[in-house]
Each structure stands twice: as C-alpha cells, then as structure tokens.
Design a protein around this ligand. Structure first.
Ligand SMILES: [Zn+2]
Length: 212
C-alpha cells in the first residue's frame, strides 16, 4: 500500500480492494472504491496536489472498485468508454458490481464518451473488451507505457465471469495489445511491469489461449 513513482507518474494504492489509482499531471486514471478518502487526501498532499486540482478522471471501465471514488474529484471531467458510460450515469449497482463491495454508487454525468483511437492528453484509447464491454487500455506511444486497467495484470488477465464479461473478446483484445510497442504495463491492480512489457503480454496471451 502507499505510493510508488514511475517516472513522473504516481501509483497510489489505498487498500487491497481499491483499484490502483494513477496520477499524471492533472489527470487521474481510475479512482478506487471511495472508501479510503482520508488516505487519498494525505497521499495527494504528499504529492503537492489536492482534489480540487484534478481536472480529469479517466475510468478504464465501470466496475465499482475503479469508479467509486469519482465523486471526490468535484472539479474533474469524467471520461469513460461509451459502452460502460451508462453504468456510471445510472449509478448501476448490479453492472458495476457495487453489491460485491457493499458500496453505494451515486449517478455521475459522463463528460466525454471515449472510443477506439481517441487521444486524451497524449494517451491513445485502445478498446479492449472482455473483462467488461467498455474496458479500455490507455497507451502512451512515445514512452511505451500501457495503462491496462483490468484487461492485463503483471501475472494474468482480468476475470470474464462478471456481468458483460466475454472470454473470446478478451482473447481478441490481447491480440490487439500484442501489436503495440510496450515497455511498461501499469495495471488496475497489483504491481506494475517496468520493463519488457511486450514479452509479458506474449506470455500472458499464450497462457490464456492454453486455458481456453
Ligand atoms: Zn474490473
């Protein structure tokens, strides 16, 4: 738990059930459950920023452990893939799996619906359905960094047995990621991969296909 710096990107880990939260400039990628706001406050303070200064929250998908904290960022625009946007806007407890976390989800207006190929602050949106219909990865081509949400972790793939999950789509998404030039993988949970990201994706894809 705590704070890890990866170049000028900060990885904030609030608890075992919160998603990883990444801070880059005034953008947050995923916001955690929202259960650990005191910890979030103190980490942001350590980073010489605060909730008010965050101008943009990009959600990699609409599961509760990634979106539950959106409400804290009151000055931020909310961005999410168009296929998952309705879950956020409705505060959909079922499709966000909020019940699993015993969480409450307030409806929140989506300011920008993302789709494949969009560019947001130098990050390219890669639509990678499988874990959820609107799952995305965010790709920094210049720095060869992939924010991978729950599509790929350091040691495997996101589960496909939740509402909207689709193993075949996940396989196709991994094939798509395989074509990118990736050094670092910054996933939605667990430890980041700091080098040889492509090799890791090859390995994970191979394991995934064998398990099918
Ligand atoms: Zn998820």
């Amino acid at each position: 738990m705590g704070l890890l710096k990866i170049g000028d990107i900060s990885l904030i880990q609030l608890s075992d059930i919160d998603s990883n939260i990444y801070l880059t400039d005034d953008t947050i990628i995923d916001s955690g459950t929202g259960f650990n706001s005191m910890r979030l406050h103190s980490v942001l303070r350590m980073l010489n920023t605060d909730l008010e200064k965050i101008k943009q929250v990009i959600n990699t998908h609409a599961h509760f452990d990634h979106i539950g904290g959106n409400g804290y960022f009151y000055n931020a625009k909310i961005l999410i893939h168009e296929n998952d946007a309705a879950i956020l806007e409705a505060g959909d407890l079922e499709r966000s799996n909020a019940g699993f976390f015993e969480g409450k989800l307030k409806p929140r207006k989506v300011d920008r619906n993302l789709k494949e190929g969009d560019i947001v602050s130098n990050l390219k949106v890669i639509h990678t359905p499988g874990h959820s219909p609107g799952s995305i990865c965010l790709y920094d081509e210049k720095r060869k960094i992939l924010f991978s949400g729950d599509t790929v972790f350091s040691d495997g793939v996101g589960r496909t047995d939740l509402a909207g999950g689709d193993p075949q789509a996940l396989g196709e998404s991994l094939e798509k990621l395989r074509k990118l030039n990736i050094e670092k993988i910054l996933p939605g949970h667990g430890e980041p991969v700091l080098k040889l990201g492509n090799k890791r994706i090859e390995f994970i894809l191979k394991e995934f296909l064998q398990s099918e």
